[in-house]
Design a protein around this ligand. Structure first.
Ligand code: FE
Ligand code: FE
Ligand code: MG
Length: 164
């Protein structure tokens, strides 16, 4: 990367790259969990749920791209082997073995809540040290907060439908 661009980072750059790679692993796993969840979803409001999951998959894919670009800019290498996603992840992967929409939603809400905690922590870590990474992480955090809210709103609607 540009030497000056790296020099202005006020923290250990290799540590920062490692933290970004961990988030990168989370994004790929979240992407796949959403993507495959949208395909297998069954139950009430299946179409609406699948559309939302698919949209979120696209956002997680985009987040993975944003993180990679910054990792490379910092002189790092993004995780090259999918098997390393599992070794590096903060939030893990919830296998959508039960295709019931409600189970899928609960699993993905849990994932978003983990992501919110991770990005909030990362923002704290880079605050006053790397404004470029800070901006990118903030943009991602805003999306994760929206994701959690969207999924919880669907669950709320389902509960209201049950009550009739
Ligand atoms: Fe994400
Ligand atoms: Fe998300
Ligand atoms: Mg959404």
């Amino acid at each position: 990367m540009g030497t000056k661009g790296r020099e202005i980072v006020g923290m250990d750059v290799s540590k920062l790259i490692e933290l970004l790679n961990k988030a990168f692993a989370d994004e790929w796993l979240a992407y796949y969990q959403y993507w495959v969840g949208a395909k297998v979803a069954k139950g009430p409001m299946r179409g609406a749920v699948a559309a939302e999951l698919e949209e979120h998959a696209g956002d997680e894919f985009r987040h993975a791209g944003m993180l990679t670009e910054r990792i490379i800019q910092l002189g790092g290498t993004p995780i090259l082997k999918p098997e390393d996603w599992y070794k590096m992840t903060n939030c893990g992967y919830e296998t959508p073995e039960d295709p019931n929409v409600r189970t899928l939603l609960d699993q993905n809400i849990k994932g978003e809540q983990c992501a919110i905690e991770v990005y909030n922590g990362l923002l704290e870590t880079v605050k006053d040290k790397d404004p470029v990474t800070y901006n990118m992480l903030l943009e991602i955090l805003e999306d994760e907060i929206e994701h959690e809210e969207d999924l919880q709103a669907i669950v709320e609607d389902m509960e209201l439908m049950k009550k009739g």
